[in-house]
Design a binder for this molecule. Structure first.
Ligand SMILES: C[S@@+](CC[C@H](N)C(=O)[O-])C[C@H]1O[C@@H](n2cnc3c(N)ncnc32)[C@H](O)[C@@H]1O
Length: 390
């Protein structure tokens, strides 16, 4: 059994055993699901909950006596891979935000540009362009947004680079034909189904080298994740979309404004839920989709109007905002206490998903390497899966 397979086995056992900790929908809970944790969690006020949740090390220390196995599993850290020597910006990088540029440079630092490159879900092809400039034999960037392709192609033309765009849907059957054996296929921050296809197509074509940094694990076909590897299928956690979202709740701390907006959003969502339960006479939680943050700059009554329309509920003539916001207060604290526990599984669930992908590639005859390619301050989506075959 490979080292990764052994890690996966241990992690699967833990995640099966602790399912009751991470699989709850906090918004749907009316009481703490773990009576044994109540004394410790109820002793924390809101400010303490917020501070602890933002500091993973402190939160793990808090949970060490309560959930020793979960905390011990965090000892398995992925190695740091190569990083760029510098982040100096070339002329064409104008307009790429600093953190994005650092991610691209760091990703590129892990690529030896000796084969033709296929860049999957490329955006404007910044990564492909950098590699073309560093001497990659040829670069093909797949992207479905025609405007991004046009902009990328213009820069390639301007610098006379061997860098071409294929403007097509990565989920179409034709996209599989872009993969070749003598090739290096790259995907930087390709969402769920897009990177699952990337791995399947590359393995089927016998593509010599792969490098993938996955994101948005929940954006998949179907309601549940179907593990890629045989090991994953044997130890299937039956992850639904809400569990698949958990690793993405790892935020780079966004400062006071972001914190304030998060607070308002949480309170308003819960206040609307109180209102809708009253209107429908049910006690069932009704989730709202994500929405533009400017909706939070009006008042709660306007937000509740919008939410009623979203959910095809009759809009009440008048909405007593104070009343519903007041009712949300206690639920907000409950949600934060439950999240404090769930968030301690973000890393472990992401690791499980990464290892499933890694084991799939091992099963397909690849040598696999897994680590972090960039600093956490650049992005929480900083895992890189590298694979090669002879
Ligand atoms: C998160 S961005 C990553 C872009 C680039 N790799 C980077 O890191 O800067 C994902 C890209 O995938 C593209 N995309 C989404 N769905 C796609 C599809 N079905 N086919 C091709 N491209 C797609 C989006 O337009 C977007 O440019």
């Amino acid at each position: 059994m490979s080292n990764l397979a052994e890690q996966f086995r241990q992690l699967s056992t833990l995640l099966h055993r602790t399912r009751g900790d991470w699989q709850h929908t906090p918004f749907a809970c009316r009481e703490l699901p773990w009576p044994e944790l109540a004394p410790a969690l109820m002793a924390l006020n809101e400010a303490q909950l917020d501070t602890l949740d933002e500091d993973d090390t402190a939160a793990l220390a808090f949970f060490a006596p309560l959930r020793p196995e979960t905390v011990a599993s965090h000892a398995y850290r992925l190695p740091e891979l190569d990083r760029a020597d510098d982040y100096a910006t070339p002329r064409w990088s104008n307009g790429i935000p600093g953190r994005k540029w650092a991610q691209i440079k760091d990703f590129a630092a892990n690529i030896t540009a000796e084969h033709a490159i296929l860049e999957w879900c490329a955006g404007k092809g910044h990564l492909g362009r950098l590699l073309a400039q560093q001497g990659a034999p040829s670069v093909t960037s797949l992207e479905w947004n025609a405007d991004l392709c046009r902009q990328g192609a213009e820069v390639a033309e301007q610098f006379k680079l061997d860098h071409h765009f294929v403007c097509a849907d990565a989920l179409s059957a034709d996209a599989a034909r872009l993969f070749r054996p003598e090739q290096q296929a790259l995907a930087l921050h390709a969402c769920g189904e897009l990177h699952l296809r990337f791995l399947r197509h590359a393995a089927a074509a016998g593509t010599r080298r792969l490098a993938l940094s996955p994101c948005c694990y929940h954006l998949i076909d179907g309601d549940h994740y179907r593990p890629l590897s045989a090991a994953g299928r044997q130890q299937d956690l039956h992850l639904d979309r809400q569990s698949l979202r958990l690793p993405l709740q790892q935020q780079v701390t966004g400062g006071e404004r972001v914190r304030r907006l998060r607070h308002i959003e949480l309170t308003w969502r819960l206040a609307f839920d109180e209102l809708q339960q009253h209107l429908t006479g049910t006690t069932r939680y009704l989730p709202l989709p994500s929405f533009p943050k400017q909706l939070l700059s009006g008042d709660f009554a306007d937000f509740a109007h919008w939410a009623c329309e979203q959910k095809s509920l009759p809009v009440p003539n008048s909405i007593d905002g104070e009343h519903w916001l007041q009712r949300a207060e206690q639920r907000r604290l409950l949600v934060k206490r439950i999240e404090l526990v769930r968030h301690r599984y973000r890393y472990l669930l992401e690791l499980w998903l990464l290892l499933d992908r890694a084991l799939f590639l091992e099963e397909q005859g690849y040598r696999v390497n897994l680590g972090t390619f960039t600093a956490e301050s650049n992005t929480p989506r900083r895992y890189l899966l590298q694979a090669s075959r002879n």
